[in-house]
Each structure stands twice: as C-alpha cells, then as structure tokens.
Design a protein around this ligand. Structure first.
Ligand code: ADP
Length: 361
C-alpha cells in the first residue's frame, strides 16, 4: 500500500476500502490515535462491538495489543497473541503494521495509519494437538510390545539360555508381540492411505451385495473358530454405489471382525444389505448393517468409539489383538465415500453398526 492516504483522491480512497473488504481475515484500520477508521465483515463477526471513530480500547481491552500498536509506530510489524475465553476459548494472532511513511500533516484527523489483522489459530492449534496426541499414542502402542520383546531377548540371552522349555514358551510369546506390532503398523498405514485420499471421491461402481458376500466368506473360518454364527441378508435387486472395493471390504471386515471378537462365545452376527429412500426424498441410499447379540457397549463410550486409539477397555481390546484403530479406519473410509456411519448399542442386547451411501441406479 502506498503511504499517501491522508491526501488520497477518491479513487485511491476506494481502493484500500475495497481491499480491506476482500481480506479473508478479520482486519481493522486505525488512525494514529488508535481510533477505528474502517473494518471488514470478519472483524465485525469476531468483535461485534466495533464502531467507527471509536478507540480500539472500547471493544478490545488488551495491554499487549496496545503496546504492539505503540511499537508498530516505529515501522516494524508487531505480532501479539490474544486469548479469548468467551464464549469458547480461542487463541488469536493479532498483527499490527504501520501503513507506509506519512508526514505529520498526512496523518492528521482520521486518516488510516495502522492495519491490524486477526487470525484465529484455534483450529490450527487443535489439529497440531491431535497430531501430537496421535504420534504419542502410536509410539506408546508400539513401545509396549517392543519392550516386551527386548525383555524376552535378554532372558533368552541370560538366565534362560539353556532352558529348552522356557525358550519355546518365550518364542511363542515373542511371535505374538511381533504380530501385534505388525497389526498396528498395518492399521496405521491403512489409516494414512485413507486420509491421503480423503478428498478424492471414488469413481468405480460396486455392489454392496457382492462385497458383503465376499467378506463373509473370507471371515467364515474365523467365525467358526469363535463359534460365531454369521448370517447374511442381501438386497433383492442390487445395491450399487460409487466406492473403492478394497476400502468397503475393509469397512465390513472390521465391523464383522469386531462383532465376532467382542460378541462373546456363540454370538450371532447378522449382516444385512438394503436400499432405503434417502432423507429429504432425493434418490436412494444403500446400507450395510452389522449387528450382533453380544454384551453391547456402555452408552457413554459411543460418541468417542471412532476416535483413534479410543477403547472402552484397553486391556480387553489388547488381549483380543485389538489396536484401537479399526473403527477409526471405518469412519474415515465411510466419510471418504460421503456416507454416514451410525452406531447404536444396548447393554446385554448387542450392538449395531450401519454404514450408508448414495445409491447409483
Ligand atoms: P479394537 O477392536 O482394535 O480395540 P476398534 O476401533 O475396532 O478397535 O473398536 C474400538 C472398541 O469398540 C473395541 O475395543 C471394543 O471395546 C468396542 N467395540 C467395537 N465393536 C464392538 C461390538 N460389536 N461389540 C462390543 N464392543 C465393540
């Protein structure tokens, strides 16, 4: 921006106001005394009490910001971080710049002198925190079996060196820990692959009947070993939708796998594919429902069940070979397909997981 605002002609005057209005961040222009000359709509949204010709201090009392404005008069841009606690806590970066070099006459009256922009960092902070938590969780989950493997190795190198019985027992336990690490890495890779493609809508047309049939066939041996009864109900006509077959295979396998794993001995698992009118009356949906008559999930856990590494009981999940990522993968895949995932459960009665997608006719 050029410095001659004070003596600006109408055309130039219009320019900076138009630019201020077009800025995506909340921004306010102040005169040298700190009074509001102009502000844009995002600023009005962030600070509804803002008024022209009033000092900034009327609607934003923050000593750090006043200091930054004073310091910015020297010509160096200044950045300060503001914490707003109400209505919800938000962290905002405020950047103050002096607008060019102006002579004393030019800055008299209510001429633009400072531009203050506000950027809401709350969302960015939340994402950074999530990433940090995720890495901490993933490392912790990997470190546990790794520590146990090292313990066994040390024992086999030392005290159990010549004990053939202990060696066989330890090697079997070590194989179990190595498998657990492999499962975790496979799940982490699946999750990252789905996330990478999160914004690419699948193009191929697949049939939910075919995919559900295939998954049930592949899981039959596991069901037989757990004495689970798998039942399949297919849609009579067709259940076609746009989807990535491998990913939908994973959704149904994870759900059926969980139903068998957590359903208990002799559980009945029902997989049903159906079509239903879409809400709002536009077109149809195809749905796959996986329900079991197992012990169910306490209500308070349902809202967080699809979060990465969230498990109502970490030890129960671990002892059954769980990683805590299965439902997070399901949720991400369904979201990538612009589908919906509904979870309901009743203690003592069982759980139902339903994924639905827009049908292709
Ligand atoms: P994992 O099975 O690896 O622990 P998931 O994300 O697949 O992770 O599942 C999270 C948790 O949800 C499980 O640990 C289990 O407690 C619960 N859960 C999932 N499906 C069922 C089900 N059908 N019945 C009871 N609990 C379930």
């Amino acid at each position: 921006m050029s410095g001659s605002y004070g003596g600006a002609e109408r055309g130039q005057d219009l320019d900076w106001r138009v630019m201020l209005g077009a800025m995506p961040d909340a921004a306010v222009v102040l005169d040298q005394a700190g009074r509001v000359v102009e502000f844009n709509a995002p600023l009005n949204e962030l600070y509804p009490d803002v008024r022209r010709d009033q000092p900034l201090s009327r609607w934003l009392r923050n000593p750090d910001l006043f200091q930054a404005i004073e310091d910015a008069a020297g010509g160096q841009p200044e950045v300060v971080f503001l914490i707003h606690r109400l209505p919800v806590e938000r962290r905002i970066a405020a950047r103050v710049v002096r607008l060019g070099d102006m002579s004393a006459e030019e800055v008299s009256g209510s001429a633009p002198f400072y531009l203050v922009t506000f950027r809401d960092l709350t969302e960015q902070d939340k994402l950074a925190q999530m990433r940090e938590d995720f890495i901490a969780n993933a490392s912790h989950e990997l470190r546990t079996p790794l520590a146990s493997l090292r313990g066994f190795i040390e024992t086999l190198q030392g005290p159990a060196r010549d004990d053939a019985g202990a060696r066989d027992r330890f090697l079997a336990l070590m194989a179990g820990q190595a498998e657990r690490m492999t499962r975790l890495i496979d799940d982490l890779l699946s999750l990252s692959r789905v996330e990478m493609r999160a914004h690419v809508m699948p193009r191929a047309i697949i049939d939910l009947n075919e995919v559900a049939g295939y998954v049930l066939e592949t899981l039959q041996p596991m069901a037989a070993a757990a004495r689970a009864d798998l039942q399949l109900e297919l849609d009579k006509v067709s259940a076609r939708f746009r989807g990535e077959r491998d990913e939908i295979v994973q959704v149904i396998s994870n759900l059926v796998h969980n139903a068998i794993t957590y359903g208990g001995d002799g559980v009945e698992v029902r997989v049903a594919v159906a079509r239903a009118p879409a809400q709002g009356g536009h077109g149809e949906r195809v749905c796959v429902t996986v329900s079991d008559n197992g012990p169910g999930i306490p209500k308070e856990h349902l809202p967080r069940l699809t979060e990465r590494f969230y498990r109502p009981s970490v030890s129960a999940s671990r002892s059954k070979g769980g990683t805590g990522l299965g439902l997070a993968i399901v949720k991400h895949i369904v979201a990538r397909h612009r589908g919906d995932l509904e979870i309901s459960s009743q203690l003592g009665r069982g759980s139902t997981f339903k994924a639905s997608f827009d049908a292709v006719t």
